[in-house]
Design a protein. Structure first.
Length: 326
């Protein structure tokens, strides 16, 4: 089954699942806002099954997908809260934000959230202090070694001498906005002139391309927000046409055709989400479950893309790569 078909199935079928869940009076109900890809979902549900949580027996899901429209998150969050599940899993900052105010009494487990302390989801990583906990995708507290700075440095290493880099991000996404602020702070220290390019909707993409050209950018960072992932093929085509080295923090975007990525292991992250869900359904309080920071990143290079833009990458990059796509 293709990813799009899978997301359509679980998004479109969400209205049916609460009815099925109602028949399971003793089942624990888990809401999911912003479901993952097919493989990640399989890993998540298998990990729950290994812990004794079996869908249709003692577990039921209420699932909502924005289907490429991030503006739907508040309404979908309200729908899930109205169903009063035992717990809600939120994928990303845009999914977590509306739940923070709507679901004050429902445990929430987030994943792929940038700096949850700065976004006021939790009081601290060690002691979240409320009804929210989960897994962050940022390394917090090391301002000399942020992901934003790493990405700029990798682009400089890929194309030595560059001084102008564009950043496509979504300011409506709090996590993406935070990343943009970190990039702006890091750029001058690296001798980089950074051009932030705001993409919140489909109609922003073409003007965004024009902004990149006006900035005379020599490389491009692409944030993996919902709208940018939806438009990734257009972005790849533009970058190839302009012969721009590109980098993101999602491996799949490099498989799709970006040049490089430094990404978390999404399979591992969703297994860990299952651990949090298991602990909470068995009585643990989110306030007592520390937020987990990433410990392992995967560096992937797309050699086909490098050749397509006429770029000879230094051996120092290949030596550090976990995977080279040829």
């Amino acid at each position: 089954m293709e990813r799009r078909e899978f997301l359509t199935l679980i998004g479109g079928g969400a209205a049916l699942w609460p009815t099925a869940a109602a028949a399971q009076s003793r089942a624990s109900h888990v809401g999911v806002l912003g479901p993952p890809g097919q493989e990640q979902w399989r890993v998540f549900t298998e990990a729950l099954r290994a812990r004794g949580w079996i869908e249709g027996q003692n577990l039921a899901f209420d699932i909502r997908s924005p289907e490429g429209r991030p503006e739907r998150y508040p309404a979908l969050a309200a729908e899930l809260v109205a169903l009063r599940p035992d717990l809600i899993v939120a994928a990303g900052s845009q999914a977590t934000h509306p739940l923070r105010t709507l679901a004050a009494s429902i445990p929430i487990v987030f994943v792929f959230v940038n700096d949850p302390v700065a976004q006021r989801f939790v009081t601290s990583l060690a002691r979240p202090g409320g009804n929210i906990t989960g897994l962050t995708d940022s390394v917090i507290g090391d301002q000399t070694n942020t992901m934003a700075g790493k990405f700029l440095q990798l682009l400089q290493e890929a194309r030595p001498g560059i001084t102008r880099i564009a950043l496509m991000y979504s300011p409506d996404n709090p996590g993406s906005a935070r990343y943009e602020a970190d990039s702006v702070a890091q750029a001058p220290q690296l001798g980089i002139i950074l051009e932030p390019v705001a993409i919140n909707a489909v109609e922003d993409v073409e003007p965004g391309f024009a902004a990149v050209l006006r900035s005379r950018a020599e490389a491009l960072v692409v944030q993996p927000t919902l709208i940018l992932r939806q438009q990734i093929q257009k972005i790849i085509a533009f970058a190839l046409e302009q012969r721009l080295p590109t980098i993101s923090r999602v491996t799949q975007m490099t498989r799709d055709g970006l040049l490089m990525s430094v990404a978390l292991d999404e399979i591992y992250m969703w297994r860990r989400v299952a651990d949090y869900v298991d602990h909470i359904l068995k009585g643990a309080k989110p306030a007592d479950l520390p937020v987990e920071q990433p410990s392992k990143f995967e560096f992937v290079i797309n050699l086909k893309t490098a050749k397509a833009i006429g770029l000879t990458l230094p051996q120092s990059l290949f030596a550090r790569a976990d995977e080279v796509i040829e």
